[in-house]
Design a protein around this ligand. Structure first.
Ligand SMILES: Cc1ncc(COP(=O)(O)O)c(C=O)c1O
Length: 459
């Protein structure tokens, strides 16, 4: 792999393929109307390029499928558990590792054990399930990303950083009510932007001063480490696993979804240092997930995750991964489509508020753009804006900080020509952005409404 040639070479050959189904634009208009204009309600066969999420949608490698054959399904003490444990601790040497069926189960267990009414949990930006699990306990979730993190046009290299001064001010006021400080790496809801080692150290120092534990939401730790390696002074010559271990060493624990960087289709874990807290969490695990040596997972899943953990810190893979995301973002930039800059690790975020200024945030510009991309080209993205974050615990609605459409890139799944097609469709839809409709919600649940709400266009 060389820097001499510019073409992105996928560091793999394709060995097994899945067919795509082509619908006409008229057929897609019917499908999305039937789905209540909510792309989560579509049949995935009706989607051509599925950029809804990078979660669990990656292509597993030959070696991951082979590892699955090694899966041992013993109820307790399975060899697959020890393979998993060793792979996790190789990168994240926490003494307690608690396997869960996905990241949100780790969140549910942790916050049930440490948070409740009157508590405040800061994060750079809570992911939607993290926020929901904090709020479900009665605690308040507060986002403290640096100001540049709210400015889609800012080119700050670590836009996911926590605003350390704001954190300090919060701890001065509410120190006793803060059971944990979270940092999400990379900052998914803030554009997939990385957090620097320097920022993690500064957060740690403040946490130490107030004797508050610090946890990382590490779903995209490998992508974050690659950004540290390529952007942070003094880190270029270090290996990715070393940088990951540095991030882990700064934290008291982590929540993790193995459906992201570890390239498994399911899985997650909670890891931590505190023995007493680990015991409380294990007791909760047994109630809903399973015995502590398998949690919510089959032995074969534990094996696939362990192998994926080895593959996701490979530098050839990470170079390809981050360059492919930037390829999409740079092409859209050249076409004049506003995106969150610089490109995130796992996704490109279209700035729907900037592209559709005629639509008020509470008429959901992100939803409008996401529906239009599906109708025009069968591309399924995900609104990350007022639909996802506007609903308040008291039932009122507030515009989110940004209205974005996330085009998440599944790992190792689409080729460069798929992405060239995406560029063509997005550019076409952007050229007629002024004609796109506002939307209103006709049906919604009390929480996490973006998954199931139904919409209609306001013509
Ligand atoms: C930053 C972040 N945290 C937590 C989660 C939850 O993980 P899971 O979907 O495995 O429950 C996600 C999933 O997208 C995420 O991106």
């Amino acid at each position: 792999m060389t820097d001499r040639y510019r073409t992105i070479i996928e560091p793999f050959r394709i060995h097994s393929v899945e067919p795509l189904r082509f619908l006409t634009e008229d057929e897609r208009r019917v499908k999305v109307r039937e789905a209540g204009y909510n792309l989560f309600n579509l049949h995935a066969d009706d989607v051509l390029i599925d950029l809804l999420t990078d979660s669990g949608t990656g292509a597993m490698s030959r070696d991951q499928w082979a590892a699955i054959q090694h899966g041992d399904e013993s109820y307790a003490g399975s060899p697959s558990w020890f393979v998993f444990l060793a792979a996790v601790q190789e990168l994240f040497p926490f003494p307690h590792v608690i396997p869960t069926h996905q990241g949100r189960a780790a969140e549910k267990i942790l916050f049930s054990a440490i948070a409740g009414p009157g508590n405040v949990v800061p994060n750079n930006t809570h992911f939607d399930t993290t926020r929901a699990n904090v709020e479900y306990t009665g605690a308040e979730a507060i986002d403290l990303v640096i100001p540049e993190g709210h400015d889609p046009a800012s080119d700050h290299p670590f836009k996911g950083n926590m605003d350390v001064e704001a954190l300090e001010a919060l701890l001065v006021e509410h120190g006793d009510d803060v059971p944990v400080v979270f940092v999400t790496i990379t900052n998914n809801s803030g554009g997939g932007q990385p957090v620097s080692l320097e920022n993690l150290r500064a957060v740690r120092t403040v946490c130490d001063r107030f004797a508050v534990p610090m946890f990382i939401d590490a779903c995209r730790f490998a992508e974050n480490a690659w950004f540290i390696k390529t952007r942070e002074p003094g880190q270029t010559d270090r290996s990715v696993p070393d940088i990951v271990r540095d991030m882990a060493a700064l934290a008291d624990g982590m929540t993790m979804s193995a459906k992201k960087d570890p390239m498994a289709n399911i899985g997650g874990w909670l890891a931590l240092r505190d023995d007493a807290l680990a015991e409380r969490c294990r007791n909760l695990l047994i109630l809903t997930e399973g015995f502590p040596t398998y949690g919510g997972l089959a032995g074969r899943d534990l094996e696939a995750i362990a192998q994926g953990l080895r593959e996701c810190v490979d530098e050839h893979y990470l170079r390809y991964r981050i360059r492919s995301t930037a390829y999409l973002a740079d092409a859209l930039d050249r076409a004049g489509v506003p995106t969150v800059r610089p490109a995130g690790g796992h996704a490109v975020y279209l700035d729907a508020r900037a592209l559709l200024p005629h639509i008020e945030p509470t008429s959901y510009p992100g939803q409008s753009l996401a529906v239009a991309l599906y109708e025009a080209g069968g591309i399924r993205g995900c609104e990350i804006g007022t639909v996802m974050f506007g609903q308040q615990p008291d039932g009122t609605e507030r515009p989110a900080a940004m209205d974005l459409v996330r085009l998440a890139i599944p790992r190792r799944t689409y080729t460069q020509s798929h992405i060239d097609y995406v560029i063509e469709v997005v550019t076409d839809v952007a050229s007629r952005a002024a004609t796109l409709s506002p939307y209103r919600i006709v049906e919604q649940p009390a929480q996490l409404r973006h998954f199931t709400a139904r919409f209609e266009p306001v013509r």
